[in-house]
Design a protein around this ligand. Structure first.
Ligand code: SF4
Length: 63
């Protein structure tokens, strides 16, 4: 699984961190930061959930 995050699209809602806090964090301005661009399969459900709930469609996943 490969994850990419478009910080230019991010609107700092924090939903991705709630869904997958091992993979996403937020900087001081609330913009998402990608902690792990290649999460383990065990985190796949959480990462898919993060992408699904992101209001800015800033998270892309390649399985
Ligand atoms: S859910 Fe989307 S818009 Fe919200 S912080 Fe994460 S990447 Fe940014």
């Amino acid at each position: 699984m490969k994850v990419t995050l478009d910080q230019d699209k991010c609107v700092a809602s924090g939903q991705c961190v709630v869904a997958a806090d091992h993979v996403f964090d937020q900087d001081d301005d609330g913009i998402a930061v990608l902690l792990d661009p290649a999460p383990s399969p065990a985190r796949a459900d959480d990462v898919h959930q993060a992408a699904a709930v992101c209001p800015a469609l800033a998270i892309r996943i390649e399985d």
